[in-house]
Unconditional design. Structure first.
Length: 331
């Protein structure tokens, strides 16, 4: 099989190029994920779409293809929230998602973290690497993740093992040298079709998410323009967020940590690799790092809000603070 028909449509030039339809994008990405295309074709399609600009239909179709490759699982789980930050991680700022997931789970939410490791171009520190360093190896199947959610309240799935076709694409993505459309589409995978939180960095992508997510028909989605494009709101300044719900007008606002007495002077820098991040996570839960405690509570409060455990962000933060002691012994 070949990507040639799709390349011919998107790579005509600045005036003649056309967008792939949702179904065409799904077909093209299923070919890529099936391992049936040449890497040159992958590169040609990816760079042509980057030059043209990724259309909503192309991102939605790519997500559809990802979902086609997700193994089935029993997602009948109350108060479930799925979390997906950029799979290439962070290289400048601390990764708070694991700590926040543990705290939110201790407060009653069911938190599914979708993550990966060694994803180009950044190859930064990701939640899956931090969980591993904390002694909690990520799972490789969605069915196992669903069981863990019921058992302990949280799970982290390493996506290139849960969707094995993603693994070989890492080498191709490294050779491209630029972030492909997959970097946006993979952050929208939601196998549970649950309330969802994803992070973006660039303003145009942030604005595009409303149209894309509505077509994916998730029940509730919070798009966060967080630190380094993660789902983690900034504690040193207000963070742009976008709340998208079915049958309701989209709400875009700034999440101000000062409203919850969780503001800090500057974001906590990345202390090193995954082991150092795990060590800082332990110090935070031991009450030895005030800025880290504030960062963890802010993200955990957001998880508790979107999961439905609490009605708003303020109530989520209050609940997270009240359950703090219940987590310290688990890390």
């Amino acid at each position: 099989m070949t990507l040639k028909p799709y390349i011919q449509k998107v790579a005509v030039g600045p005036r003649g190029s056309k967008d792939l339809t949702r179904e065409e994008a799904r077909e093209a990405n299923n070919l890529i994920l099936s391992g049936e295309v040449h890497p040159v074709e992958f590169g040609a399609l990816t760079m042509a779409m980057r030059v043209k600009g990724e259309a909503d239909s192309e991102l939605i179709g790519a997500v559809d293809a990802f979902h086609d490759h997700c193994d089935p699982a029993d997602w009948d789980i109350e108060n479930l929230v799925t979390v997906a930050s950029p799979f290439d991680g962070k290289d400048r700022l601390m990764v708070w998602t694991p700590a926040a997931a543990l705290l939110a789970a201790a407060s009653g939410a069911k938190v599914l973290v979708l993550s990966d490791r060694d994803v180009p171009p950044k190859k930064g520190v990701t939640p899956s690497l931090v969980f591993q360093a904390l002694g909690y190896p990520p799972t490789s199947t969605f069915a196992e993740a669903a069981d863990l959610l019921r058992d302990r309240g949280w799970a982290c799935v390493e996506m290139s093992r849960a969707i094995p076709a993603l693994g070989p694409l890492k080498e191709w993505r490294e050779l491209l040298g630029k972030r492909p459309y997959l970097s946006t589409a993979e952050k929208l995978i939601n196998p549970a079709r649950s309330p969802y939180i994803t992070g973006v960095f660039h303003g145009p992508v942030f604005r595009q998410m409303d149209r894309v997510v509505r077509e994916l028909s998730y029940p509730k989605t919070l798009v966060v323009q967080g630190s380094q494009g993660s789902i983690e709101p900034k504690n040193s300044a207000p963070t742009n967020v976008c709340l998208i719900e079915r049958d309701r007008e989209t709400e875009t606002f700034k999440l101000d940590p000062g409203e919850f007495n969780l503001r800090i002077e500057e974001e906590v820098p990345l202390p090193g690799g995954p082991n150092e991040c795990a060590a800082l996570t332990r110090r935070v839960f031991a009450g030895e790092d005030e800025d880290g405690m504030k960062a963890t509570m802010l993200t955990a409060g957001m998880l508790l809000w979107i999961s439905g455990i609490r009605e708003d962000m303020n109530q989520g933060v209050q609940l997270a603070a009240s359950r703090w002691q219940g987590v310290s012994g688990s890390v």
